[in-house]
Design a protein around this ligand. Structure first.
Ligand code: FES
Length: 109
């Protein structure tokens, strides 16, 4: 598998998340306030909630249901009730295209 075109940069709004599903894998794609694009697993690890329906705050995406905020860099929740991380995906920008490989997650420390 390789990276697939999933969105255009122009499809994203700053500090907002867009849900995409690639090969049945739901991913939240976020343009942060620094203009950086992130891709993390879209399903909250506390419940079956789409994180892209939540709120972008700095470099976090907060679940609307119970307030766990997941780091866009590491996928880790920064507060309870969620305690398991979501996967983080490599994002490639090619011109106006955003490419993501849903089968390759980033190693984060
Ligand atoms: S379902 Fe996301 S914090 Fe509870």
């Amino acid at each position: 598998m390789s990276a697939q075109k999933v969105l255009k940069l122009s499809d994203l709004k700053q500090d907002a998340a867009v849900r995409v599903v690639i090969d049945d894998i739901p991913i939240a794609v976020v343009l942060d306030s620094n203009g950086e694009v992130h891709a993390i697993g879209d399903t909250c690890t506390h419940g079956d909630i789409s994180l892209s329906d939540g709120f972008v705050e700095g470099e976090t995406l907060e679940c609307w249901a119970h307030g766990s905020a997941f780091s866009l860099r590491t996928g880790r929740p920064l507060n309870l009730p969620a305690y398991e991380p979501v996967p983080v995906y490599e994002v490639t920008i090619d011109g106006d295209d955003i490419l993501i490989d849903p089968h390759v997650t980033k190693e984060v420390n």
